[in-house]
Design a protein around this ligand. Structure first.
Ligand SMILES: [Fe+2]
Ligand SMILES: [Fe+2]
Length: 341
């Protein structure tokens, strides 16, 4: 954990020590804020040791830890299918993918720790239901085709969302996203390839692919978050250079990229209002049922309780691993101190 990063800007520390009056402290805070704003305007990266406004730190911590939780909870729906993958090749691909998601959680918890919260605190918030994760992972994986839909659509939507985050103003988050996006690209392609195999298969396989597609299509469109007009944090996070593209614009990019892919697969899109708008050159979908989105976000989706319960059990069963790692680290530190001393 890097709690020393809080307000350690030399200019800030010196000013705090030298200036006793409240007015002077306010003035120094204003100067630091002006310099932060200028750096954001110049598109410079903010690093862990730099001064940053408390609200920027809090927003990033919330976003990065939610993102980390989503990666880890996101291992569960697909993890269900590792033992039932239809071939050795498919099992190897799925194992690698689920393992990648665990790695993404690790990079992101590490990036969030640079903002002053420990991984244990963040995990407690998740397991006690105080922290959110992406609501898409509260939907079930009923058939093997759901695994294909997650890769193709969920990871596809994640890429749309995450590529702009590689340019996020906070350095540790932006750098974590570069590596994550490379791996997400493999996830999306393996999902599409799985769906292609099913769509070129038997009637039963085609039907399985269509039914899974029907289940995932609308929840995936909701993944980009509520419409811009209703998005509480969007304006500020865009001003801070954390978010670069709005929810509605990302959703549009996804729609334009994915409709032709569904057509290539021979799947019919479960939206009677879907149409191509010649004047704008974009696909337009029908109205999204936002009541369903809010219901799932608030804890009442098909698998919310099951997902959290599985994570709680995994956390308890993993206690011995954490204890062993800690004991090993203490032993190493002791040996190092002995060697030096
Ligand atoms: Fe991921
Ligand atoms: Fe992924």
């Amino acid at each position: 954990m890097y709690t020393q990063a809080i307000d350690t800007d030399p200019q800030f520390v010196a000013t705090q020590g030298a200036m006793r009056s409240v007015g002077a402290t306010h003035a120094s805070h204003d100067r630091l804020l002006a310099s932060f704003d200028q750096r954001i305007a110049n598109d410079e990266k903010i690093e862990a040791q730099d001064w940053m406004p408390a609200a920027y730190r809090k927003t990033l911590l919330r976003q990065i830890s939610q993102h980390a939780h989503s990666e880890v909870v996101g291992m569960l729906p697909e993890g269900n299918w590792i033992t039932r993958a239809p071939s050795l090749r498919r099992k190897a691909i799925l194992l690698a993918k689920v393992q990648d998601e665990g790695g993404h959680g690790l990079y992101l918890y590490s990036a969030a720790e640079t903002l002053g919260s420990s991984r244990a605190e963040m995990l407690d918030a998740l397991l006690e239901g105080r922290a959110k994760y992406s609501s898409i992972f509260n939907y079930p994986t009923l058939t093997w085709a759901d695994v294909g839909c997650i890769g193709w659509l969920v990871d596809g939507a994640a890429i749309m969302n995450q590529v702009p985050l590689c340019r996020c103003s906070y350095g540790p988050y932006a750098r974590a996203m570069i590596r994550i996006c490379k791996e997400e690209s493999f996830h999306q392609r393996q999902g599409f390839e799985l769906m292609l195999a099913l769509c070129q298969g038997s009637e039963g396989q085609k039907q399985m692919a269509q039914e899974a597609f029907n289940r995932w299509w609308w929840p995936v469109l909701m993944m980009f978050g509520p419409p811009d007009a209703d998005s509480v944090h969007s304006t500020q996070t865009m001003q801070w250079g954390i978010k670069r593209i709005s929810n509605d614009d990302l959703r549009q990019q996804f729609l334009d990229a994915t409709v032709p892919q569904a057509q290539l697969l021979g799947l019919s899109i479960p939206d009677s209002d879907l149409r191509y708008d010649d004047s704008s050159g974009h696909w337009q979908c029908g109205p999204i049922q936002w009541e369903e989105f809010w219901r799932v976000v608030q804890g009442d989706g098909p698998c919310n309780r099951e997902r959290l319960n599985t994570r709680r059990i995994a956390h308890e069963e993993g206690a011995w691993v954490r204890e062993a790692a800690q004991a090993y680290a203490l032993k190493q530190a002791g040996q190092q101190a002995q060697a030096l001393g």
